[in-house]
Each structure stands twice: as C-alpha cells, then as structure tokens.
Design a protein around this ligand. Sequence first.
Ligand code: PFF
Length: 478
Amino acid sequence: MSGHNVWTHKGTFLLAAVGSAVGLGNLWRFPYLTGENGGGAFILIYALTIFAVGIPILIAETLLGRTSRQSPIMGMRHLTKTHKTSRAWESIGWLGAVSAFLILSFYSVIAGWALHYTWLMLTGSLVGADAQTISDGFDTLLASPSLMTFYHTLFIAASALIVGMGIHKGIESGLRIMMPALFIILMVVLIYGIINGDVGAAANFLFTFNIGDLSLEGWLQAMGQSFFTLSLGMGAIMAYGAYMPSEASLTRTAIAVAFVDTAVAMVAGLAIFSLVFGAGLETGQGPGLMFVTLPLAFAEMPFGALVGGVFFILVLGAAISSSISLIEPVAAFLVERFDMTRPQAVTIMVVAAWAMGLLTVVSFNVWAEGTIFHTLFGRSAFDFIELLTNIFMPLGGLLIALFAGWALTQSEVMKELGTNKTWFKTWRFLVRFVGPAAVSFVFLRTIPQVDGYVIPTLGALFIVGAFALSQRMRVSAS
Ligand code: PFF
C-alpha cells in the first residue's frame, strides 16, 4: 500500500508541494487576474488570504494526509473510523478526486497551448509579427480541434509517464531536475524584462495599493485564486502529505510553500508586466495576456524568440509539476483500493481525464455556442467544468478546515504541529472560524445572482450552519 511510502528526503515534500503550487495559476492566471482587477489592491487581498486562510488550510490538508498515511479517499475513510465521525466526511476525499480529474482535463488543454507557443517561439515563427497576425494566430489555434487535441495528448501523456514511474523514480527525480531549472529560467526572464521592458511601470502597477480599484468580484476572485494557486482542497497536498516524514515541520514547510508560491507569482507578474508596459500594450487582456499580449512583446524585442521560447518552457515545466499532483491522489487511491499496479491506475485516470479534456477542446470551436450543452447549462462545457471546480475547490477547503479544526483532538494536532500552545490555538482559531468564513464568501461568488448584502448575509448563515455541524461531529475533540 502506498501509505507505507515516504519521500526519500525530509525536504522532498516541500519540493513536491511547491511543484504542485507553482503552475499555470502563477504564470498565466495570476498576472491576468491582477491585470483585470486593478493591480495592487488585488494583490493585497490575495496576500492577506494566503496568509490568514491559505497557510492554515495548507497545514490542515497536509496534516490529514500525514496522520492517515493513505490516499485522500482511503485516508478520510480511516480518519472517520478512528474519530468515530460520520462517514460523510469521506466526501473530502471524493470531492478532491472529482476536482482533480476535472482540473486535469482542462489544465492539460491550456498547457497544450503553451506547448504550441514554445514551438512557435523556438522556430522563430513570430519574429517581427504584428498584433493582428499574433491575435489571428491564437484564434487559429483555438479554431482547430485536431491541433489542440494533439498538444493536449502530448502534455497529458508526459505527465502520466512521470507519475507512472512511481513517487521516487518518477515524481521525486522529475521534480529534482525541473524545479531548480524553472527558478533559473524565471530569473532569466525577469532580468530580460528589466533590461528590455519597463520595470518601473510594472512595479507601480503591481504594488500601488488603491483599495478603491477593487470590485467585490475582484475581491472574491483574489480569494479563489489563493486556493487555486496553493492547490488546496483537491487532495493533491493531502496525497503528497501522506509521504511526508514525521520529523519534517508542518508549519515551517507550509509557510515556505506559500512564500515561494507567492514570490513566483510576483516575479512572474513583474517580468510579464515589464514586457507588456515596455511594448506599450494593454494589461487587462484576460486569459489572452500570455498567449497574445506576451508573444507580441517578445516579437518586438531583441532575442525575443529565444527568450520567449525559454519562457514557454518555464510555463510547461510549471504546468507539468502541477499536473502530476492532480494524477497522484486518484492513482494512489486506485492502487490502494483495487490493488492495481501504478501504471494501470495512472492509465485509467489519465485516459478518463484526456477524454473529458476533449470537451474543453471543442468548447473553443465546434461546440463554441448554440449546442445542447449551452441550452442546458447556459455556458460552454469548458466554462461549466471551470465553474464546477470553482465550487468544489473552496468546498473541499471548507470541509478540510472544519474536519481538522473540530474533529481532530488537541493532542494529535499538537503531535503533528509541534508543542507551541499559542501557535496551536492560533492555528485552530484560523481553521475553525476564519477559514470557513472566508471560504464561504469565495464559495458564494459562484452563485451568479449574489450581490450587495446577499453575500454577507448568506456568508453569515453559512458560518452558523458550519458551526452547528461542527458541534455535532465534535466527538473526540478535547
Ligand atoms: N496550483 C496549481 C497552479 O497554480 O497552477 C494548480 C493546481 C494544481 C490546482 C494542483 C490544484 C491542484 F491540486
């Protein structure tokens, strides 16, 4: 059973968790969300949430993995038995597995776009191209199901290969090469941005805090992003935590993961906006920021094709170190529960996610609009899958916070967390109250008609409900 497996080194969990956390969320999503939501104000809320909600839940999720030493589903089953709580809490594992599967399906398609742009950059196809040509190029990619499926297949197969080789030979070895390389590339891109772009304008944009710039929607998006970027609520961190040696410090590791993840997002933002401002381009381009605005900036700059190619390799590496963490929890479950071999388990997860990914592929072309899907769900399949994960992710985080905060005993938490009582109390307060309250707000953002006073009211109801629920399951709490 993989529960017996432990990472080779004390620091590998940190490497693996950083690998999972740093991904398209940092390099693609964070910059465009910041661009759309007024810069500094967005970053302020994002940083506060990482600190007050992200880190405590990150600790909680790792803790559940390490105490159970099994895949998220089996681990939660074990914990509900040993803590005599309702089996409903097993839903944390199931919800994680479903979200991981859904995220992997579209994550791989978008990483596939990065594969396409790596190729375009390294072959010099975009050198000197004008805005129209580059934007048409992106549209052509989106219009071609076969091209997108081709890249999607390549990316997901590469991820499967790594996980299929096992946690030591595949995941650990892969990360040990990839992660240092990624940091070097990020620095190269930053230096390039500083030399060729307008770093002053970028810093101004990112670090000038004007809270009036931020809409309620932006506020909630910042919280949602902090979950996505730390890979919370999906079982990925729990699965990696199951392999964490007992002597490694949970608190220090979680703070380090959050710090590196945030630093990467800031550096990427600084580099990307330096180039965007340097080329006199717009910041609020949404998801096209990386695939239209940035290639245009590279097209106009010295050595742009080479640095652009290297940049997209960075994006790919960051994406693959995240996608493997989406495969691992489900694969580990299949191995534990059905006694499959690892390659069999990985194949099942990946083939299913690949097939699901085809829905994202066609959402940009043949099923772009007017299909039965639109009639039934009011949006494209891709938008619907993203919406589902936006609901499941905070919900998973909420349940993890409640379970760790209310069901686990003081002695067992202190054994995992260290013996500092003040820190224990602070952490417990954060996961019992602050986390669930904040997550309820994020969660409610996905209800489209929510506006004005409705959010705080529903949020308050949520907290009271969660509190009542927690009291009922507080069987073995100290
Ligand atoms: N944290 C990853 C990113 O920022 O790109 C995305 C992600 C990976 C989310 C793994 C969830 C997860 F389990």
